[in-house]
Design a binder for this molecule. Sequence first.
Ligand code: WTA
Length: 693
Amino acid sequence: TEDHLRHIESLATFPSGAGKISHLRATNLGECLSSEEHDLVFPTPEFSDKALVPSTEKYLEMYRRSVRDPAGFWGDIAAEFYWKEKWDCEKVCSENLDVRKGTVEIEWFKGGKTNICFNALDRIVDNGDGDKVALYWEGNVPGLDDKLTYKELLDKVCQLSNYLKDVGVKKGDAVVIYLPMLAELPISMLACARIGAVHSVVFAGFSAESLAQRIIDCKPNVVITCNAVLRGDKPILLKNIVDQAITQSADNGVSVDLCLTYENQSAMKKEATKWQADRDIWWQDVVPKYPNTCLVEWVDAEDPLFLLYTSGSTGKPKGVLHTTGGYMVYAATTFKYAFDYKPSDVYWCTADCGWITGHSYVSYGPLLNGASVVIFEGAPNYPDSGRCWDIVDKYNVTIFYTAPTLVRSLMREKNEYVTRYSRKSLRVLGSVGEPINPSAWRWFYNIVGDSRCPISDTWWQTETGGFMITPLPGSWPQKPGSATFPFFGVQPVIVDEKGNEIEGECSGYLCVKNSWPGAFRTLYGDHDRYETTYFKPFPGYYFSGDGCSRDGDGYYWLTGRVDDVINVSGHRIGTAEVESALVLHPQCVEAAVVGVEHEVKGQGIYAFVTLVDGVTYSEELRKSLILSVRNQIGAFAAPDKIHWAPGLPKTRSGKIMRRILRKIASRQLEELGDISTLADPAVVDQLIALSDC
Ligand code: WTA
């Protein structure tokens, strides 16, 4: 810890300065960084003066305390929330991250009794902010909108909580939520939390297969959905997808008794919806009849709050489990500091609640701070590429948080789409999901933010619950493309292949050497896999799966996944999942999927497929292979390229050499390396010859 502090403290020697992008410094940062990445972008004094953490010195003081005295640091913050019973003050945190010393176990605020819904709604209303807008809902079609104050949101949540209790949902039961970005999505999450039920939100872009897989894993009695949603002009019949998923689950012995369906009138009328009367019920027919007050179920800090499935290196998605107390404190605190949140802010995060970003930074984090949150049902380029800035001006958004893929796609259009809107309300910008390349960073900074809004490039994961490495705007100069420094209480380390920590300027694997309140506690039903995936690769540490380098100033630069996970438009996809989907196609015998660089999506999906003997590759087959992935996972996982592979490069023991496939996919043919260990080196030439097939 002391070494770590010394290293972090070296940053106290920053040159002071203010203004736009400056070229004050050029250090030798090693091969992975190009020279344009050496800029330091200083916050303006006007911004820093008002910032929650106004200087590097203040950050250091807080950071130092957070690692030397985590109990004191986090205990003080937690005390700002409502606890029915206080946690064991001696032991705010107990952790074992070292598999060699026994089971990995993390607990924060154990013994404390609280409720995250109470803290996000009742506490805000009780503090006199009941009339403040909690949610601004912006529909897919411009002009369709709605808003809910904290009091109104609380009423709606209580009605749904009462209903869920009435149909038998109890503390600890799982509820699956498959909804688009309607206010009913956060309402459903909060209603579950209020009664101690565990929500499992499934992104409404997942297919029936994927939804069924998640239902089978967590066995809910109730699924909450809506009849349909419009994506652009196109209606997506979500209820039909749920019907299929429920049928499939039943075939696997898991029955869902109740499908609570919200009528999303703007997309589809009730009458057109397929219905199974003994199982389906319209939300609008029942929920509004329930009382708008509902007693809170006080839960232990370590009781589960939600499950969220995410992709890993191997086939089956993992049910990441977050618990209540630590997650609550962490989501709220990271939100507050990383966005320099002020009560007058209007905050908009473009993520969907189906992903972790929507859990921590659409729903819980902002609401726990009493923020006014914009949620948007539609697509950012509908009806045209100016929609985001139209929404920013409409609600006077001050904090805008999005993914690099959106920035890159808008950057390809004329700047006029941006500049025709005022955007003067904007104060802080944010980025998440994948590394933001410096040129996208600059466009975001200069064009969207008019060179005056700091960008919080937040590095974190489904597993971490909240930000881990992130700028604190106003506190220190930024470097385009760097997530900068660790959040309070987080001790990141970079290790080599053997798991040795490397000091100073270096590149390696990103690990964390202590626990933080928002850390996930297990993979649902599979603690062994939790230990194997995250704690065994580098014993003593949490392993993130990401590569990272640190420059001479101590800034962290995330370089992408080092495992078989790819980040496509900020969506995390396991190559193994795509491969399984492809081999389910009757004409495909084997598949190997790799990520390739993609101008807009960050990474694209590149699939090598071996066909059943005698089958010839055709355009029609290509389409039906892609369809297989869409059906198994969802449209967002559709391969960008299918490469017909009569044979795959394998070692003599039969292992596919992905390193070679990656080079072929990215056309780096001069870097194929040693292929002599292949069982049949001739397949490489064959593959290259078929590249443009
Ligand atoms: C990547 C999303 C670089 C990273 C919150 C991580 C990032 C994975 C950043 C987690 C960032 C996320 N810079 N890479 N600012 N943020 N990532 O679980 O590879 O969907 O491991 O959580 O996204 O994706 P997940």
